[in-house]
Design a protein around this ligand. Structure first.
Ligand SMILES: C[S@@+](CC[C@H](N)C(=O)[O-])C[C@H]1O[C@@H](n2cnc3c(N)ncnc32)[C@H](O)[C@@H]1O
Length: 402
């Protein structure tokens, strides 16, 4: 991979595939650390703060480059051998932090959350120190937790996982972070499985004990084995939803996040709540129980499967209205209007529609508060919006993000 490392920084700027020796600085979102070479910002993966590494440039952008640490010259005491043989430069891009010791992973994520609170929330150091940003691990360990895995299929019809920021498929024997029931499925190359008609293979192992495989053709999941609907248990309720509908991927995440939302927003009887990007209604169910018969909950969801799942799973909660629409459209066309007391905003990884918050109704009751999941750090971390008045969420940690 690439040529010899240069320790004298090039003045012309780094080029793709070039190798350079550098000292790694602070952590950044997406499994990167920041480094600087002759003033040029380098986002380095597979590295740890304080390390001296040889990094190979993988992408060049205006103002920054991305690189992989391919040789470690001076290792951090927090460096460990990744438990997965595919978690290294140029191979699977799914996991960001397998080379980081478990406690250091939590500290890493706390640093990223802290940084987001400074950048997005405008908080100062003193306020952050007072709040004490802490990341806690969900129960279940670092491996074998992921309840949904979508494998890509390569030109030889083999299922695998994608390289980092690439459409290139890496055939693997098994994904170590997948739920054990998913690891046992005959889906990957060593089992002889081939997928000539699929562009992807979706697998689910639900908390209700269902295990499913579907192949995706032209964007549509077609069941291969297992039930078409899976059962989940979360937030004190039993759920049934299409296997391909959204659900939190860590088995403990649904309970943890729903409890955090209720603790921090503290919905009260008679209040009006919105669950935007509501999926099957995980948060809406808890909100409805709190606002009671005199309150109201409006869930907005765009995916037809999510809408159907929400209507089915929340049918016993008459104070919940499920609106089938994009959030930005529902706001722009005033399909949902204020006043509103409590807003949960849990968009997909691509983020909330940029202009949607501009159309939010003004709080009418002086106690309006918002809980917003943000995903720059990882799917399993959370942060309040700058307008949040309900307190600060503890952030749940997963071992790595996909
Ligand atoms: C991260 S999931 C959260 C779902 C739910 N809050 C939960 O925790 O189970 C995001 C949801 O937003 C939906 N979605 C994506 N884009 C949307 C949009 N523009 N408007 C409304 N919903 C959208 C997705 O279908 C998905 O169900």
């Amino acid at each position: 991979m690439g040529g010899a490392a240069t320790s004298a920084p090039p003045e012309r700027g780094l080029a793709e595939a070039e190798r350079v020796e550098l000292t790694v600085d602070a952590v950044a979102p997406g499994g990167h650390c920041v480094a600087r070479v002759d003033g040029q910002v380098v986002f380095v993966r597979h590295a740890l703060p304080g390390e001296r590494v040889v990094a190979e440039v993988t992408e060049v952008h205006r103002g920054f480059v991305r690189a992989d640490a391919v040789t470690v010259l001076h290792a951090s005491p927090d460096r460990v051998e990744p438990p997965c043989p595919y978690a290294k430069p140029g191979v699977c891009g799914g996991c960001d932090l397998q080379h980081v010791a478990p406690d250091a992973q939590l500290a890493w994520k706390a640093a990223v959350v802290r940084e987001q609170l400074v950048r997005l929330g405008g908080l100062g150091d003193a306020e952050l120190d007072r709040l004490g940003v802490r990341v806690e691990a969900l129960p279940g360990g670092l491996l074998g937790w992921r309840s949904r895995v979508r494998y890509a299929v390569d030109a030889a019809d083999r299922a695998g996982l994608l390289k980092h920021r690439s459409h290139e498929v890496v055939p693997i024997d098994r994904c170590r972070i997948a739920h054990p029931a998913i690891q046992q499925l005959a889906v990957l190359t060593p089992t002889g499985a081939r997928w000539p008609t699929a562009e992807a293979v979706e697998t689910v192992a639900s908390t209700g004990g269902d295990v499913t495989v579907a192949e995706v053709r032209d964007g549509v999941p077609t069941p291969v084995s297992g039930p078409t609907e899976v059962r989940e248990v979360a937030a004190g309720r039993d759920w049934t939803l299409p296997a391909s509908a959204f659900w939190q991927v860590h088995p403990a995440a649904a309970d943890t996040l729903s409890a955090a939302v209720l603790e921090l927003l503290d919905p009260r009887p008679g209040e009006v709540a919105w669950d935007l990007y509501g999926g099957a209604g995980l948060f809406a169910a808890g909100l409805a129980a709190r606002v009671g018969a005199t309150g109201r909950v409006t869930l907005v969801e765009a995916a037809p499967q999510g809408v159907a799942a929400a209507r089915q799973n929340l049918a016993d909660l008459p104070r919940v209205e499920v609106v089938s629409a994009r959030v930005e459209t529902a706001l722009a066309r005033r399909r949902i209007t204020g006043p509103v007391d409590v807003v949960v905003l849990d968009p997909p990884r691509s983020g909330a529609a940029p202009r949607s918050s501009a159309r939010w109704p003004r709080p009418a009751r002086g106690r309006s508060r918002t809980w917003r999941a943000t995903r720059p750090p990882s799917p399993a971390t959370c942060a309040p919006s700058p307008t949040s008045a309900g307190g600060w969420p503890r952030c749940a940690a997963s071992t790595c993000s996909r």
